[in-house]
Design a protein around this ligand. Structure first.
Ligand code: NAP
Length: 309
């Protein structure tokens, strides 16, 4: 019998208890799953970074921390964490992100605001270009970025991806590192940011980099708030350098009422809803890692805490 501690807010337990139990049963794993287990008896910690558990020191026999969220910036710096940390790569979350990104790219591509949101534009016909005439750049070509790139490619867009290491994704122009950044920015008629929040990505979109994007570019950020220098983005919007931005994530969430993004006519704010972990598919991912841990196999979706993602 293995002991699995569920360390997250109580409302998550309500959502996850049944799917986790059923995924464990389907995998033939006999387990004691609870929100309350003596720390020195815990084998695996199913974890949300906003849980009360912040000191991992007493969890002396635990084999891994299995994060329920894709983003891990709140935990990678935890000095008491000495065991493997796996983040969430959930097929349900990925589908959600693909749908959200595709929808917002299409809004910009088709100029939907002019014809639907703001009918006062009247009979000013401006036929949008075909997707094949539009370049979308995905900053962050990981689990989510790659899925979004492939979906946009399927719609006919010219797609470029930018990552830290070099990649090979069929049909996608893959750029990487400092050397590839200027080229990626130059191509970004529509930029989608799906980078993690790390010291290396903080304020990546600043006065200098926003100025390198094509004039009138669109920016869609479902990644993390600190990727963007807020003041620089507002200045770029006011100057017409960036035509419009759709932001799902912010440095402070919920976005404070007094933040200028709320009232800015060229910003759409969405309340961190781009993609959510889905309990049924996420439970299967958690259980897959527990199975691997018990078999002595490598965990999937491991985080490199030194890189911060
Ligand atoms: P991932 O698989 O870890 O991919 C991250 C990508 O960013 C990788 O391609 C990585 O490059 C690249 N990257 C990291 N640091 C970089 C740097 N310094 N320079 C250039 N590229 C860099 O993560 P994911 O699952 O796709 O998720 C991406 C982010 O989406 C998460 O970190 C989270 O913040 C956000 N997210 C948001 C929501 C929402 O609802 N808004 C939901 C889920 C996730 P390599 O491939 O070379 O490693």
């Amino acid at each position: 019998m293995i002991n699995i501690l569920f360390a997250a807010k109580p409302e998550r337990w309500t959502t996850y208890e049944a799917p986790l139990r059923s995924a464990l049963a389907a995998a033939g794993i006999e387990a004691h799953l609870s929100q309350d287990i003596a720390p020195d008896q815990v084998d695996y910690i199913v974890y949300a970074p906003n849980s009360d558990l912040q000191d991992f020191t007493p969890y002396t026999r635990a084999k891994a921390v299995l994060n329920l969220w894709a983003g891990v910036e709140q935990i990678t710096g935890n000095q008491t964490l000495k065991i493997p940390l796996a983040r969430m790569v959930d097929p349900g979350l990925t589908k959600g992100m693909v749908e959200w990104v595709t929808g917002h790219v299409m809004r910009y591509h088709l100029g939907m605001d002019a014809h639907i949101v703001n009918p006062s534009h009247g009979w000013t016909v401006k036929t949008p270009p075909l997707a094949q005439e539009r370049e979308v750049v995905i900053f962050g070509l990981g689990a989510l970025g790659t899925a979004c790139a492939q979906a946009l490619l399927g719609l006919g867009f010219r797609v470029t991806g930018w990552s830290r290491s070099s990649k090979d994704v069929a049909g996608v122009t893959c750029l990487n590192g400092e050397d590839g950044l200027a080229d990626a920015l130059r191509r970004a008629e529509i930029a989608v940011t799906l980078l993690p929040d790390t010291p290396a990505t903080t304020n990546l979109f600043n006065e200098e980099t926003l100025a390198q994007m094509p004039r009138g570019a669109f920016l869609i950020n479902p990644g993390r708030g600190p990727l963007i220098d807020d003041d620089a983005l507002i200045a770029a919007l006011d100057a017409g350098q960036i035509a419009h931005a759709t932001l799902d994530v912010f440095r402070v969430e919920p976005l404070p009422q007094e933040h200028p993004f709320w009232a800015h006519p060229l910003v759409t704010v969405t309340p961190h809803i781009a993609a959510e972990t889905r309990a049924s598919t996420a439970s299967e991912v958690i259980v897959e890692n527990i199975k691997r841990g018990e078999q002595g196999a490598d965990f999937i979706n491991l985080v490199d805490c030194t890189l911060g993602y």
